[in-house]
Design a protein around this ligand. Structure first.
Ligand code: ADP
Length: 283
């Protein structure tokens, strides 16, 4: 059975951010998983099917008026593999049930508003899995590292974020936050690939090379995020991403866990089944 070669402990425990030191992180590790790449890829196929079933249940309940939803927040440096998670994990569920939002440099319009303004507009509706590819955390990461606003402004944002997420959770959103890390060496390899392969040029941004010089500052900024916004209602999971297969499998498990936590059932029929069978027989 596949079970024997899978997890030595639940991934939600293995990756929980409590006490993690970003600068000491082993980004090549595969915490909690007992198998190798081959076993991981095989197991991912099974788990994608489980995720897909659970997501369909969430969607069905949403269609029947359940307002609960799930929000997956993906944060990570360039090349950490956010796009791969979206394609390979989120890609295994029905796209109708997914609210995907990517957050880049704020537009002129967005800059006029509070940093959570553009975030609020993209929150998932009932029955949906929301996916944030970058998020409100950019406002205490890139913004902090590059002094885009004064420290007294970004300094207040941690508490604002906690308050915002508390309210979201209270209103029925299960929040899963994933901080994705690759090593500087692995990032260099992935950037080099983008310069070698025609199918990867589109992903290359010359500014990504400049950002490498800020690595220690980003590590510090990520540490502050983990120290100050890792809450029970919106926990952070720290994901080592040098192994893409592991990152994809782990996020699949985190979503399965979040959906199972909702204890979903199929919504009951809102019509008389026997009557409809009789009508169909006559039709
Ligand atoms: P990606 O690099 O993920 O493919 P984009 O090129 O569209 O996506 O934009 C991402 C860039 O936007 C990143 O450099 C990120 O740091 C930046 N960004 C995101 N949010 C903010 C923000 N609130 N303030 C400044 N820059 C931001």
């Amino acid at each position: 059975m596949a079970k024997a070669t899978t997890w030595s402990k639940p991934v939600s425990k293995a990756l929980r951010a409590d006490g993690v030191q970003v600068k000491d992180l082993n980004t090549a590790a595969t915490p909690g998983f007992k198998g190798d790449k081959k076993a991981g890829e095989k197991y991912l196929e099974e788990r994608r099917a489980v995720l897909s079933d659970l997501q369909e249940k969430l969607y069905a309940n949403g269609r029947s008026g359940d307002t609960r939803n799930v929000l997956l927040v993906l944060q990570g440096m360039d090349t950490a593999g956010k796009g791969g998670i979206v394609r390979h994990v989120i890609g295994s569920v029905d796209p109708q049930g997914v609210d995907h939002a990517a957050f880049g440099v704020p537009t002129a319009e967005e800059k006029k508003h509070h940093f959570l303004w553009r975030i609020r507009k993209q929150l998932p509706k009932g029955g949906q899995i929301g996916v944030f590819d970058r998020s409100h955390y950019e406002d205490v990461l890139v913004v902090r590292v590059h002094d885009l606003v004064p420290p007294e402004v970004w300094g207040k944002r941690y508490d604002e974020i906690n308050k915002f997420e508390r309210k979201l959770a209270d209103e029925g959103t299960t929040i899963v936050k994933v901080a994705m890390f690759v090593s500087l060496d692995e990032q260099k390899k992935r950037l080099a690939q983008r310069l070698e392969r025609a199918d990867k040029y589109w992903k290359f941004n010359p500014a990504d090379i400049d950002e490498r010089a800020y690595w220690p500052a980003y590590q510090e900024a990520y540490q502050a995020v983990l120290d100050r916004t890792n809450t029970d209602y919106a926990p952070w999971f720290v994901l080592p991403c040098d192994s893409k297969w592991y990152a994809r499998l782990a996020v699949t498990e985190l979503l399965i866990d979040a959906l199972q936590g909702l204890k979903l059932d199929w919504p009951p029929a809102d019509f008389d089944i026997e009557e409809q069978k009789r009508r169909l027989a006559r039709a």
